[in-house]
Design a protein around this ligand. Structure first.
Ligand code: GLN
Length: 544
C-alpha cells in the first residue's frame, strides 16, 4: 500500500511548496522508491485552461490532454514521471462532479454537504490509482487559514485516520522572516500557522522553514518545542542558486531523512544524487554563454512561459553553456519607427513561443523575417510555427495577404481551423478518429518525420509523440507554395493531414513545431530540439 505525504503551506504564499514536493519526490526516488505527486487546487475554476496567464502562469498540458497547474511541470521535470489528469484536481472540478451526481439523483434524496460528500470526493481523488506506488505526495494549494482550502485540510484529517498510524506524514512549509532592524529571525508566524493547522486536526510531523538567513540551533529547537515536532524535523530551507540545486540542498538539510523517520522507516544507505550533482556542476561551471531572445506576448511574466524557460536552461545544460533569456515584447516591433535589427542583432538565437490572439502577431512575423534573412537560429513553437508559415507565404511565396483566421476573416488562410480549409471528407475522417475540428487539440499526438529531414536527425528517428494545445493548423493547401519558398513540411500527423513540423534546410537552424516540446524537457534529459537549438546558438555566438 502507498504511503501518503500531505504538504501544506503557511504564513504566505509563494514559499516554493511545489519545488519542495518535487525535490522530496526526487530524493525518495533516488532512494529507490516509486513516487507520484498530486496537486489539490482550492479555487473554483474547473481547471486552469481558461485562466489568464497573468493570473495563473502557464497551463501545463499532460499526455492525456489535461490542462493543469504549472506545478505539475515541476513534478514531471524533477521526477521524470509523466503527469496525468488524475494528478490535479480543483474545488471547481469536485463541485462540478458532485452537482452532476446530485442532478442525476445519485444521492437518493440525501442532503449533499461538504462533509462527507466533498471530503469523500477529495479523498477518492487522493487514493485513486496508487497501488503500484511507495509514496504519494499531495500538495494543497494556497495557505492554511484560507476559507477555500478548509475542505481539503478536513479531508487530510480524515484520511490520516483512515490510512492508519504510520502511513501518512504531514509536512508544513512556513516562513521564518528576518527582521533586519532587530537582526533576528522570527519564529512566531510559524508557531501561529502550526497552531491554525493543528486546530483543524492536522498536526504536522515535519516543518520546512523558508528563511533568508541560516536558522541557528536555538531557533530550531524553539520551533520544535512550540510546534510539537522533533528538532530534526525542523528543516531549514534557504534560497538556492538554481532550482536544480534544491534537491541536494534539502538532502543536506536532512529533509528526506526527517520524512522517513516520521514514517518510522530506517533511512538506510545514502541516496544516489549523481544525477543532480552533474546538473548543478553544469549550471555552476558553464563553458560559455548565449543569449536567446523570446519574442512573446506575456513578457515580464516568467511564470507564463515556465516550461519554456526551463527547457532553454536544459538546452544550456546539454551544451554546458549558460543561457541568458531575453524576453522581448513583440509589440515593440509594431511601432512604425521601431528598428527590429536594433533589438534582435545582439541575440544568438530567436524563439517565438505559443500564444493566443492577434496582439503582437505582426511583431513576431517581423522577427521571423529577421531570423531567416540574417541566418539567426529560429525556433517557432505552436503560434511561432504558424507565424513562420505566414512569413514564408508573404515574403517568399508572393502571397501578400497571407494570414491566420484566428485574426479574423482572410482571403489567404495559411493558418486556420481545419473545418475552414479541409474538405468535408477530410474533416469527417479526422472526427471519426476522435479528433474534432475547431476544438482544442490537447495532449499527446504522434507525428511522422521525413527520414531525410533535419528534425529526424535531431530526434534520431522518425516516430515522435509530443503534446499539443492549439485550435488552428497550418493549411496544407499552401504546402507547395511554402515548400517552393524553402519551407519544408518535415513532420506530419500519421494520417498525413496535419503539418506538425516545418524547417528550412538552407538555414543554419530554422524549425517550427505545432506542439510544445518544452513540456517534456527535463534537466537530466534535455529535449533534443532544445539541445540542438542551443547548440546552434553557441555556433552563432562564435561567429559574431
Ligand atoms: N493560437 C494558436 C492556436 O490556437 C496557437 C496556440 C499555441 O501557440 N499554443 O492554434
Amino acid at each position: 500500500m502507498a504511503r501518503f505525504i500531505f504538504i501544506t503551506g503557511g504564513v504566505v504564499s509563494s514559499l516554493g511548496k511545489g519545488l519542495m514536493a518535487a525535490s522530496l519526490a526526487a530524493l525518495l526516488q533516488a532512494r529507490g522508491y516509486r513516487v507520484r505527486i498530486r496537486k489539490f487546487d482550492p479555487y473554483l475554476n474547473v481547471d486552469p485552461g481558461t485562466m489568464s496567464p497573468y493570473q495563473h502562469g502557464e497551463v501545463y498540458v499532460t499526455d492525456d490532454g489535461a490542462e493543469t497547474d504549472l506545478d505539475l511541470g515541476h513534478y514531471e521535470r524533477f521526477t521524470g514521471v509523466a503527469a496525468r489528469q488524475s494528478d490535479n484536481v480543483t474545488s471547481g472540478r469536485i463541485y462540478q462532479q458532485i452537482i452532476q451526481r446530485e442532478r442525476r439523483g445519485d444521492y437518493l434524496g440525501a442532503t449533499v454537504q461538504v462533509i462527507p460528500h466533498v471530503t469523500d470526493a477529495i479523498k477518492a481523488f487522493a487514493l485513486a490509482e496508487t497501488d503500484d506506488l511507495d509514496f504519494v505526495l499531495c500538495e494543497i494549494g494556497g495557505t492554511v487559514g484560507d476559507i477555500e482550502s478548509l475542505p481539503f485540510i478536513e479531508a487530510i484529517r480524515q484520511l490520516r485516520n483512515d490510512l492508519g498510524r504510520g502511513n501518512s506524514v504531514s509536512i508544513h512549509v512556513t516562513l521564518v522572516p528576518y527582521i533586519a532592524a532587530a537582526g533576528e529571525l522570527k519564529t512566531k508566524p510559524t508557531q501561529h500557522s502550526v497552531r491554525e493547522l493543528a486546530a483543524l486536526g492536522v498536526q504536522p510531523d515535519v516543518l520546512v522553514c523558508r528563511c533568508e538567513q541560516p536558522l541557528p540551533a536555538g531557533e530550531r529547537a524553539k520551533i520544535a518545542l512550540f510546534c510539537n515536532v522533533p528538532t530534526d524535523a525542523v528543516v531549514p530551507a534557504l534560497d538556492a542558486k538554481s532550482i536544480y540545486a534544491v534537491p541536494e540542498q534539502y538532502h543536506q538539510e536532512g529533509l528526506d531523512e526527517a520524512v522517513l523517520n516520521a514514517f518510522g522507516i530506517e533511512p538506510g544507505a545514502k541516496p544516489d544524487l549523481s544525477r543532480w550533482t552533474d546538473i548543478t556542476d553544469r549550471l555552476t561551471n558553464p563553458e560559455g554563454e548565449v543569449t536567446v531572445g523570446v519574442v512573446g506576448k506575456y513578457v515580464g511574466l516568467q511564470d507564463a512561459y515556465k516550461s519554456l524557460n526551463e527547457a532553454l536552461v536544459h538546452g544550456g545544460i546539454a551544451n554546458r553553456v549558460k543561457v541568458n533569456v531575453r524576453w522581448i515584447d513583440a509589440e515593440v516591433f509594431e511601432h512604425p519607427d521601431s528598428d527590429v535589427a536594433q533589438h534582435l542583432e545582439p541575440l544568438h538565437a530567436i524563439l517565438v513561443p505559443g500564444a493566443f490572439g492577434e496582439r503582437g502577431a505582426e511583431g513576431k512575423i517581423a522577427s521571423v523575417k529577421f531570423a531567416r534573412e540574417r541566418g539567426v537560429p529560429y525556433f517557432g513553437i505552436c503560434f511561432g510555427m504558424q507565424m513562420a508559415c505566414i512569413e514564408g507565404a508573404r515574403n517568399l511565396a508572393g502571397i501578400d495577404k497571407a494570414s491566420s483566421t484566428e485574426f479574423g476573416p482572410t482571403e489567404e488562410p495559411v493558418v486556420g481551423i481545419i473545418t475552414e480549409w479541409m474538405t468535408a471528407e477530410g474533416v469527417q475522417k479526422r472526427e471519426a478518429g476522435g479528433d474534432l475540428g475547431g476544438t482544442m487539440r490537447l495532449g499527446a499526438y504522434e507525428a511522422k518525420l521525413d527520414g531525410n529531414s533535419v528534425v529526424s536527425s535531431i530526434y534520431g528517428g522518425t516516430d515522435i509523440s509530443e503534446r499539443h494545445r492549439h485550435r488552428y493548423e497550418v493549411n496544407t493547401g499552401y504546402r507547395d507554395a511554402l515548400e517552393k519558398g524553402g519551407l519544408v513540411f518535415s513532420g506530419m500527423s500519421p494520417d498525413g493531414m496535419l503539418p506538425e513540423i516545418v524547417e528550412r534546410p538552407d538555414h543554419p537552424w530554422f524549425v517550427g513545431v505545432q506542439f510544445h516540446p518544452e513540456l517534456k524537457s527535463k534537466p537530466f534529459e534535455p529535449h533534443p530540439l532544445f539541445a540542438s537549438f542551443i547548440a546552434a546558438a553557441v555556433k552563432k555566438s562564435r561567429l559574431v
